[in-house]
Ligand binder design. Structure first.
Ligand code: CA
Length: 145
């Protein structure tokens, strides 16, 4: 999207909502391509307001130099459109609990790698972690910790 955003902006034709990186929205928002979202968020999105505008840390990471928000970031507490999936049958087979902490994740992934999690008698054929999408997508799930 990074390379496509300037082209899309230059064309003058773009959808009502665009997905991408905050820096691009702040850059093109300040030049008038996007409307500031401060007022709509304050008026119609109390939960986003609470977690974005009223949260100094989130606000500092997302606000443009002109003081406006041109995007709604994917904050860790609000990251509901993605998540990690775990093979519960593998957890059950190895007697492990559903991971809650980073240490739990480490223990689980190490056990998946070293033990016969799929129960086929071969302890070397499991892939303990895989993903689809960009590296940002899956590493961010662990980055906050
Ligand atoms: Ca196996």
């Amino acid at each position: 999207m990074k390379a496509k955003l300037p082209v899309m902006i230059a064309s003058g034709e773009y959808p009502d909502i665009v997905s991408g990186k905050i820096d691009g929205f702040n850059k093109y928002g300040q030049s008038g391509a996007f409307i500031p979202l401060n007022e709509p968020i304050a008026k119609w999105a109390p939960n986003i307001k609470k977690n974005l505008i009223d949260n100094p840390e989130a606000k500092s990471q997302t606000i443009a130099f002109d003081g406006n928000h041109y995007s709604v970031p994917m904050l860790s507490a609000m990251r509901t459109s993605e998540g990690m999936l775990v093979r519960k049958d593998w957890l059950d087979r190895l007697g492990l609990p559903m991971p809650e902490t980073i240490d739990d994740w480490y223990t689980m992934l190490k056990a998946f790698k070293e033990k016969d999690a799929n129960g086929n008698g071969d302890s070397n054929d499991e892939v303990p972690f895989s993903s689809v999408g960009t590296p940002d997508t899956y590493y961010l799930n662990f980055a906050d910790a």
